[in-house]
Design a protein around this ligand. Structure first.
Ligand SMILES: Cc1cc2nc3c(=O)[nH]c(=O)nc-3n(C[C@H](O)[C@H](O)[C@H](O)COP(=O)(O)O)c2cc1C
Length: 195
C-alpha cells in the first residue's frame, strides 16, 4: 500500500515527529511505500477563508487544497500524527481537515457518515497525549473523541478500517516514550488493507 502520513508539529525534534518517523519505518518494514506531509515545514495555511467558500466545487478549488487532495488520491492508507490539544485536534490538523476534505470531493451527504465520495482507505490516528489512559477513560474523553473522530469525521472520508491510537503519557519517562515509539512502529507494520 501507499501510506500518506500527515504530521502536525513545528519541532522536527519533538516526540510527535519521532512518532511519525517510527510509524513510517514500521510501514516500510513490511513493504509499504510512504510519503510524509509535514504541514508546518511545508507552511500549509490552515485558515478557512473566502477562497475556500468561493472555491467550492472541483474546478475552483484553491491550489494548495488541490495539491493536498492529489496526495490523498495517491494514498491507500493515511496516518495522522498530532498531539492532543485541549481534548481535540491542534489548529493545523483541524484546518487541514476542514479545507482539504471538502464537500463535493470527500462527501456530499451530511446525514450519512458512511456515504463518502472517496474510495475506501485505511485511516489511523496516532495521537500523543499528556494524560494517562485511565484518566481519559474515566472522565469520558476517550469516548467523546472516538465518537467525534472515528464514528463522525472519518466516516465521511471513507476510512474503513479506521483506528484511534492514543499514545498516553507522552510527557513521561524515556522508557515510556520508547515504548510508545515501538507502538507507533507496530501500528505502521500492521496496517490493514482498506475494506
Ligand atoms: C496547547 C496544549 C494543549 C494540550 N492539551 C492537552 C489535553 O487536552 N490533553 C492531554 O492529554 N494533553 C494535552 N497537552 C499535552 C500534549 O498532548 C503533549 O504535550 C504532547 O503530546 C507532547 O508531544 P510533543 O512532546 O511532541 O510536543 C497539551 C499541550 C499543549 C501545548
Amino acid at each position: 500500500m501507499h501510506v500518506l502520513t500527515i504530521l502536525d508539529h513545528p519541532d522536527p525534534n519533538s516526540f510527535t515527529a519521532a512518532v511519525a518517523r517510527s510509524f513510517n519505518m514500521g510501514a516500510e518494514s513490511v513493504g509499504h511505500t510512504t510519503e510524509l506531509a509535514d504541514l508546518h515545514a511545508e507552511g500549509f495555511d490552515p485558515r478557512w477563508t473566502m477562497a475556500d467558500v468561493e472555491g467550492e466545487g472541483p474546478d475552483r478549488l484553491p491550489a494548495d487544497v488541490r495539491l493536498e487532495q492529489e496526495r490523498i488520491d495517491r494514498a491507500d492508507a493515511i496516518g495522522f500524527v498530532f498531539p492532543l490539544f485541549w481534548w481535540g485536534m491542534p489548529a493545523m490538523t483541524k484546518g487541514w481537515v476542514d479545507r482539504v476534505w471538502s464537500w463535493g470531493w470527500a462527501y456530499d451527504q451530511l446525514d450519512d457518515p458512511e456515504k463518502s465520495l472517496q474510495r475506501p482507505r485505511t485511516g489511523v490516528l496516532l495521537v500523543p497525549a499528556g494524560a494517562r489512559s485511565d484518566e481519559m477513560g474515566e472522565l469520558g474523553y476517550r469516548a467523546a473523541i472516538e465518537t467525534a473522530w472515528i464514528s463522525g469525521t472519518f466516516g465521511y472520508f471513507g476510512f474503513a478500517h479506521r483506528e484511534l491510537v492514543l499514545l498516553n503519557g507522552s510527557k513521561g519517562s524515556k522508557t515510556r516514550r520508547e515504548a510508545l515509539l515501538r507502538r507507533a512502529h507496530e501500528v505502521g507494520a500492521s496496517l490493514k488493507a482498506p475494506i
